[in-house]
Design a protein around this ligand. Structure first.
Ligand code: FE
Ligand code: FE
Length: 508
């Protein structure tokens, strides 16, 4: 007689054994499992709600795969790509270059769960997570490969993480830390709970909605398909947090507070500009801030409350940064556009500005004035004055430009001296993160450290671009060739009145 699923399920996912030939501590070193200080029996209560069997998993994934493939095959042939707005397409270049290899890094993280997680139930779920992330990597690669003939920027899906492009270094720095170097417990808190269960919603739900509105059904479909997996394997975070709350709540609080701020800064860079500037105005669903408030802030507050944790000490400053961080990152990335492998959209035509002010009431005072100067330079034919000649100073934690976490009115000095070296930060919060565990971050050199140390030759923008792997065929430039600036050419100026005087802008 065949057993029913319920008869065998528990045994199949909770199969463990007692070691006789090797020490448990050698088979499951605490440095890999992260279970140091937590009694082994604590993990017996580790439960996740999905209760998926391998046979079910394969069947469902196969259906998802054929769904994505059918849509993609039909659309690649239909010429839809050529009709997409170029600013929207830039968002897909940015996504593929910065995300595809993160999916691949996640395979390694999940495989660590499969092998070293402190309970067989978790190791079992890790197997599905590992297969999920393999699928995500391959989806991104296939999508990009199909479009490679249309634009060499899609090559960056595979290439980006083998270059020294500064934005890619910032992404890699974070995921090296929370995926590749973290033990299972910490990876579950920082990656599963914070990034996968929270922040990926911005990329995979909000951006998927924008992509659909923009007519990019192929990409939207891919993003949504990926998110269905994330929702499942991200569940590894919750039971892990439960165990930690019983045995080491302070460790959970610190790990989550650090991961939440680092994720915020990263998504302010990757998704904020795409949502509030690259997505064509009539296709925008909600603002980046609105989405953050609804999906990330509410969600994180609920988790903290449910598990008895406090809000991060920097909560009010985080909320303030939602008004500013991604605008600063957008201005900075647009200004340093030759260092990008995608073409950013300035997104500051008169209509767009009106929208920005309706969503961010202080935008004109914080950022509009700087864009005004850029616009004056563009309209007086001095585009070269809107281009960088130097590098911005970078944060030793986030690797992002200093001055890009809050508005231009709040550029303070935040530094830590550790083992005789001074580290600079983009905010008091990033400094606090670093100070929690300086040795963890201290060995990394920012792009500017490498520049000053002579690793980048010749020591100018051209040398920097070569070092970053930026070639002329992918180098970033304004995606609309400054068309939006025409909005501001006053009739008086064209009648011979003096045009605004060009002034060099130092970016953000
Ligand atoms: Fe993934
Ligand atoms: Fe994932």
């Amino acid at each position: 007689m065949l057993l029913t699923r319920d008869d065998w399920y528990e045994t199949s996912r909770d199969l463990d054994w007692t070691f006789t030939a090797v020490d448990e501590a050698v088979a499951f070193p605490a440095s890999w499992s992260g279970a140091g200080g937590i009694p082994p029996q604590a993990w017996q209560g580790w439960e996740e709600p999905f209760r998926v069997s391998y046979r079910d998993y394969v069947r469902i994934q196969r259906e998802k795969e054929s769904g994505v493939k059918a849509v993609s095959n039909a659309l690649v042939r239909s010429g839809t790509y050529e009709k997409l707005d170029p600013a929207h397409v830039a968002a897909s270049h940015l996504h593929m270059g910065t995300t595809c290899m993160v999916e691949h890094m996640a395979v390694t993280m999940q495989s660590r769960f499969c092998r070293f997680a402190p309970t067989p139930k978790w190791r079992n779920l890790g197997v599905f997570g590992m297969l999920d992330e393999t699928r995500h990597t391959q989806l991104d690669l296939r999508f990009s490969h199909d479009l490679l003939g249309k634009d060499p920027r899609f090559d960056w899906a595979q290439k980006a993480f083998h270059t020294n492009e500064w934005g890619v270094i910032a992404v890699k720095n974070f995921f090296d830390d929370v995926m590749l170097s973290a033990d299972c417990v910490e990876a579950a808190l920082a990656t599963s709970l914070t990034v996968e269960h929270g922040f990926t919603n911005i990329q995979f739900v909000a951006l998927a909605a924008d992509a659909m509105a923009a007519g990019d059904i192929n990409w939207s479909n891919l993003l949504s398909s990926i998110q269905t997996d994330e929702a499942r394997h991200a569940q590894q975070g919750f039971p892990t947090l439960s165990v930690l709350m019983e045995h080491d709540p302070q460790r959970a609080q610190t790990a989550l507070d650090v991961a939440f701020w680092r994720s915020t800064r990263l998504f302010q860079t990757l998704t904020g500009p795409a949502m509030d500037y690259y997505t064509p105005l009539d296709q925008r669903k909600v603002s980046f801030k609105e989405f953050m408030l609804e999906w990330i802030v509410n969600h994180h507050e609920r988790i903290l409350e449910d598990y008895g944790l406090k809000k991060p000490w920097y909560w009010d400053d985080f909320l303030r940064s939602l008004e500013q961080g991604h605008h600063a990152m957008h201005l900075g990335t647009w200004f340093w556009r030759p260092t990008l492998f995608w073409r950013p959209n300035a997104g500051v035509s008169k209509d767009e500005r009106e929208w920005l002010v309706s969503k961010y009431p202080t935008w004109e005072d914080d950022y509009g004035v700087m864009w005004d100067q850029i616009i004056a330079n563009v309209n007086s034919g001095a585009v070269e004055r809107t281009l960088p000649e130097t590098l911005p100073s970078l944060c030793s934690l986030t690797q992002l430009p200093i001055g890009s976490a809050f508005s231009r009115h709040e550029v303070g000095k935040h530094a830590t001296v550790h083992n005789g070296r001074t580290y600079h930060f983009d905010s008091h919060i990033s400094k606090w993160c670093f100070d929690q565990d300086p040795d963890r971050y201290a060995g990394h050199k920012t792009v500017v450290d490498r520049f000053i140390g002579g690793e980048i030759q010749p020591m100018d923008l051209g040398g920097g671009l070569m070092w970053m792997g930026i070639t002329p065929d992918v180098m970033g430039d304004d995606v609309y060739a400054y068309r939006w600036a025409k909005d501001y050419v006053s009739p008086a100026a064209t009648n011979g009145a003096p045009a605004p005087q060009p002034v060099a802008v130092a970016g953000d």
